[in-house]
Write a protein that binds this ligand. Structure first.
Ligand code: IP8
Length: 248
């Protein structure tokens, strides 16, 4: 059975300008897509932080680089993400999809060099038993730093590699990887295909933005599609909306 890992960007499922506010229309369209994928195969969903995780993280000065030992702050960030996770699970349940939460804070950790270790037994067994595991960007224990933020994108890479996914989808508010004219690049098979637009490989660690994302997705064994909400139904149909990233 084919396995899809789908990331729902925080800006797709929440209203980024209003604290802890779900974007009902965006979430509705996203969970419709998850329901359609779940009908024909296995699917793992990861959602981002949007207006739930990010301002709590900023309030406590926590990022993917800067950690904290403040347990109140760690819990505030994690609790906010669990509230968003609940909203996603509820919306799925309304469509008859058997989603179950996997909270990264309690499931994984980061090593000193920042690499993510995410044991997959829970996710794998849920899939085998017909559930849809729903993970999310989170705060996570980090060796030597207390706890830092793990983004949904990092979780997607780890899940897709560890579960040997057949396809990966990253739905955010950008329609794909854009070239220097602002047009979507249909396919990237090597970093050089998009180096001009992404600012070169040397900037990947600093920006942590699209360049870093493309580098990580190129290393996967499965095609990864980056698209906006308008591309969701095409992705579900097995088409190639936005940019497809295919490593060699
Ligand atoms: O929105 C970040 O996840 P992302 C999650 O996928 C938190 O980067 C807790 C800010």
């Amino acid at each position: 059975m084919s396995l899809v890992v789908l990331k729902l960007g925080g800006s797709v499922v929440t209203d980024k300008d209003e604290a802890e506010t779900v974007d009902e229309a965006g979430l509705g369209a996203a969970v419709d897509a998850v329901a359609a994928l779940a009908e024909t195969g296995q699917v793992v969903v990861v959602h981002g932080g949007g207006s739930f995780g990010h301002h709590h993280a900023a309030d406590h000065g926590v990022s993917s680089e800067t950690g904290t030992y403040d347990v109140v702050g760690i819990r505030e960030i994690n609790d906010a993400m669990k509230r968003l996770n609940d909203a996603v699970l509820d919306a799925l349940a309304e469509r008859g999809v058997a989603g179950l939460p996997v909270h990264p804070l309690s499931a994984g950790a980061r090593e000193e060099d920042g690499s993510l270790s995410l044991p997959l037994a829970a996710t794998e067994t849920m899939l085998e038993e017909g559930f849809v595991p729903i993970l999310h960007g989170d705060v996570i224990a980090h060796a030597g730093k207390g706890a830092t933020i793990v983004s949904g994108d990092d979780l997607v890479v780890s899940l897709a590699a560890g579960l040997d996914a057949d396809r990966v989808g990253l739905c955010s508010t950008v329609p794909g990887v854009l070239d220097t004219d602002g047009d979507v690049i249909p396919e990237i098979t090597a970093f050089e295909d998009a180096a001009d637009a992404l600012g070169g490989s040397e900037s990947t660690d600093v920006t942590g933005g699209m360049a870093a994302k493309v580098q990580k997705l190129l290393a996967l064994g499965a095609p990864a599609h980056i698209f906006g909400p308008e591309g969701l139904s095409a992705f579900v149909a097995g088409e190639s909306p936005g940019t497809v990233i295919r490593g060699e």
